[in-house]
Design a protein around this ligand. Structure first.
Ligand code: ATP
Ligand code: MG
Length: 573
């Protein structure tokens, strides 16, 4: 919890107050058996019956105070822990959003999700219950012992002698359970991953009758989780029985020793009765302390997992730009760029090209050849391992993040469609007026289907665009990319679900309304990119050929082959 200290610090005063109230409740609780002992010893004397009422009243008062203060303190603990966790959660969420793609690759999405949910929940639980038990249990434990010492030191010593044994067993058990709980949490990550994949892929899983396979996969993580949980549970479950065994032994010892002392007039029966009460109290307190230890061990693991993310250093920070910007400069330039996602093998090797303002780049290549990776590097979603990506003659690393992002309008492969309206999705939280949205929709060839919807631009879109067809989704994404009238337009496989004619209309609209935009087009079809000023044919991260359509037809065998299969002749269809 130490690493989250800065979140708890602002609430120290409030927590201290909670603890004081809780302390009051515990002290009141301690006095209940004390007054009971008084009734039994003084109230039973002849002519002293009124004392029964006095002490009885005091007992009731203590019980009432205890109830009131406990409830108030528990509420306050819920308030402060709630506020602390809320702040942690929102910071964690913001941090997760600020992580670079590389950091997210390392963290993995399911792990991020469970850190945001179950881990912050554990932290919350500890903060809340820690405040409740953290003061009450030790006070009852120590207070109970003190009360007993004042009543009959000899009898109390019998019990105190047992405390180290209980302490030792708690320590050993806790030490063993901590790593188990840490492991459990990472298995939970795996489980979230399986569930997430399962839900995302529910259609294909059903279509390919993989339900049984998925069930088996889930069973496997489920089993593993259960096993670790059972093991951790088995270890920690030793606590309660061992504690009660030791205390029951102590109880027997006290009753036996006490009986002898009563017989020898060393103590009173009423003291023995009060002692029994304190026993129960101390037993519960002891178990309370144990529970705190276990909770602490579980939540410490969680707190570390949360802090691990919160303390991640910012990646992709802007670098100082050195040197003059020569003019005139190409709008976009890749200078001998190499890159690898995992550090094993290269996903882009030694890529160089230049693009003037307003020109169009077409990228063609087999699946996995690195087409989307070029965009990831251009938009600085990842940093190149060597070489440089330049926009306006400046290294992309030297731009502020927002400055860089503002230059682009992009439709990624399988891009995200949010729940909301069609208009919301085109605007996508940017300050874009209705006319621009409508004209973007027109250019993206989306107007027709939008006007057919009952509410037009205000027609609802389900989460992930589930109520739209593949082609409608693509048009929406293209409209989003065009809406801000960007300096650089990136369309990654964005027209694959459009028919040839619509694709041609789209290109015509781009030429007409977005002439100034430098465009990067990734496509499967040669017809989509054949008019580009520069076409790159990629294979396994390397350039097989580059140039204009007619040049490539002459010089690049692979391109010619693709053209022949797609267009029959290799000439324009
Ligand atoms: P497609 O036509 O299927 O979209 P692509 O040409 O866009 O393919 P890229 O997405 O650029 O392919 O991927 C290039 C290579 O990098 C692939 O081999 C892919 O497995 C790998 N790759 C892509 N993203 C990651 C990632 N986040 N982590 C690790 N490897 C990745
Ligand atoms: Mg791709």
């Amino acid at each position: 919890m130490g690493r989250l200290k800065s979140y708890i610090r602002p609430h120290y005063l409030y927590i201290a107050f909670t603890m004081i109230v809780k302390l009051g409740g515990a002290v009141a609780e301690l006095f209940v058996p004390f007054f009971m002992e008084r009734i039994l010893s003084e109230g039973v004397e002849p002519g002293q019956q009124h004392r029964i009422f006095i002490y009885g009243g005091l007992m009731l008062l203590c019980a009432g105070l205890c109830l009131f203060m406990n409830i108030s303190a528990n509420r306050m603990s819920a308030v402060s822990s709630g506020r602390i966790t809320r702040k942690i959660r929102s910071d964690l969420f913001a941090k997760l959003n600020s992580l670079s793609a590389r950091q997210m690759d390392e963290l993995t999405v399911p792990s991020a999700e469970s850190r945001l949910t179950s881990d912050t929940y554990r932290v919350n639980e500890f903060l809340a219950r820690g405040q409740r038990l953290g003061i009450r249990a030790p006070i009852l434990l120590v207070g109970g012992v003190v009360m007993m010492l004042t009543m009959d030191a000899m009898l109390a010593l019998v019990l105190i002698a047992l405390l180290p044994f209980i302490g030792l067993s708690v320590y050993l058990i806790t030490k063993k359970s901590i790593p188990l709980y840490t492991r459990e949490q990472s298995i939970l990550d795996g489980m979230v991953r399986v569930v997430q994949e399962n839900i995302t892929g529910v259609r294909v899983i059903k279509a390919l009758s993989k339900t049984e396979y998925e069930k088996a996969r889930f069973e496997k993580v489920n089993d593993e989780l259960t096993k670790t949980d059972t093991k951790a549970g088995a270890v920690t479950s030793l606590n309660n029985p061992i504690a009660s065994l030791i205390l029951n032994l102590g109880l027997t010892a006290v009753v036996v020793v006490g009986a002898f002392r009563v017989a020898g007039k060393g103590t009173e029966t009423s003291v023995i009765v009060a002692f029994l009460q304190y026993f129960v109290m101390i037993l519960n307190a002891m178990l309370g302390v144990t529970r705190i230890f276990i909770m602490a061990s579980r939540s410490t693991a969680s707190a570390h997992r949360v802090a691990d993310v919160l303390e991640l250093p910012p990646d992709l920070v802007p670098a100082l730009f050195e040197g003059e910007v020569p003019s005139p400069v190409p709008h976009i330039e890749f200078r001998d760029v190499s890159f690898s996602y995992t550090g094993v093998g290269e996903n882009i090797s030694h890529l160089s090209f230049k693009l003037e303002r307003g020109q169009t780049l077409g990228i063609l290549g087999a699946t996995g050849s690195g087409k989307s990776t070029v965009i990831n590097l251009l938009m600085r979603i990842y940093d190149a391992a060597s070489g440089a990506v330049l926009i306006n003659g400046r290294d992309v690393r030297s731009y502020e993040k927002d400055e860089l992002k503002a230059m682009f309008g992009a439709a990624f492969q399988n891009d995200f469609i949010a729940e909301g309206t069609i208009g919301d999705n085109i605007r996508f939280f940017r300050d874009i007026d209705g006319a621009a949205v409508a004209s973007a929709a027109g250019d993206a060839q989306a107007s027709e289907f939008i006007s057919q919807k009952q509410h037009g631009m205000d027609a609802p879109v389900a989460a992930r665009g589930n109520n739209l067809s593949g082609g409608q989704k693509q048009r929406l994404l293209i409209a989003r990319a065009l809406a801000s009238d960007p300096e650089i337009l990136v369309l990654d496989d964005a027209s694959s679900a459009l028919d040839y004619r619509t694709d041609a209309e789209l290109r015509r609209a781009l030429r007409k309304h977005h002439t100034k935009a430098t465009t990067v087009l990734i496509a499967q079809r040669i017809s989509s990119i054949q008019h580009a000023d520069l076409i790159l044919v990629l294979d396994d991260g390397k350039v097989l050929g580059s140039g204009r359509h007619d040049e490539l037809l002459k010089n690049c065998a692979e391109y010619r082959l693709i053209a022949q299969t797609q267009m029959g002749t290799g000439e324009e269809a």
